[in-house]
Design a protein around this ligand. Sequence first.
Ligand SMILES: Cc1cc2nc3c(=O)[nH]c(=O)nc-3n(C[C@H](O)[C@H](O)[C@H](O)COP(=O)(O)O)c2cc1C
Length: 299
Amino acid sequence: MDDVTDTVFRQVIADIAQPDLYFTEFVNVDGLQSPGREKLLPRLKLSSKKEHPIVAQVWGKDPENYYKTVLDIKEMGYDGVDINMGCPDKAVVKNGCCSALINDRKLAGDIIDAVKDAAGPTFPTSVKCRVGFTTVDLSWIEFLLLKILNMLSIHLRTTKDMSKVPARWELMEEIVAMKNKISPTTLLVGNGDVLSRKQGEELANKYNLDGIMIGRGIFHNPYIFSEESAWESTNKQTKIDLYKKHVQLFADTWQQNERHVQTLNKFCKVYIQNFPGAKELREKLMSCKTTEKLLQVLS
Ligand SMILES: Cc1cc2nc3c(=O)[nH]c(=O)nc-3n(C[C@H](O)[C@H](O)[C@H](O)COP(=O)(O)O)c2cc1C
């Protein structure tokens, strides 16, 4: 997730309750293969063995840049590559990228072919997608399955849906039948509105899925990947210590200001919640302009 699943947060989560697979923030291949490369590299920073297994998620327009980026990613030590064909952001879609590729199958196919070429037979290749652009269109899923990917992660909403309607889990049965027919070896991952591990496991069992992808659920519960979440009973001091750990790691990792301090505010809301005085403390923390000040207030 953009501005969320960086190396810092992944390490914090690894110490709490690890997912089976991490995804990086999406990173633009056209930017990476341009003079602006240096600015984007922090998005691909890997710091620790704890962050594995991990796939680098990429997006962009030019198949040749995808090809070059996959070679880079392999060298960096990633465990696989995921192509973002699901982002509904207006600017991205206007540029013909991500979920706009639903309407440009020629380019979508060329991108997947370029990525597979660079990946070779052993480096896993996957796609993250939605279920249509303005309306549900399972011919898109069929198209992607025919590409015989290693994994397909499906956010069960259309582009037009953004996140405004409930995820359309009722489509999953038909999608699974399609995948069993077209590409039984492709691992199928469901995504949308999963707020606990238990709920995810129930959905995976119900539809016979290989996995569940959790996004915003982590904002409600950083222990979401554990069998028995301890978050409800976590006390104030532990929550403050967790945020302190996050901020310290952030300060140690991004010493050249590669990331704005303001990006920490999202995490402040995650940890500093549900205890007396949390709101007041959050307000104080969110007004801090440096990590030094943040750590001082947290202490
Ligand atoms: C802040 C934020 C950033 C996101 N960034 C990405 C991204 O970089 N790549 C991606 O595939 N999806 C991204 N998403 C979408 C989520 O991965 C997920 O598909 C969506 O939120 C629905 O799942 P959920 O209900 O589990 O959150 C992002 C979502 C949010 C809220």
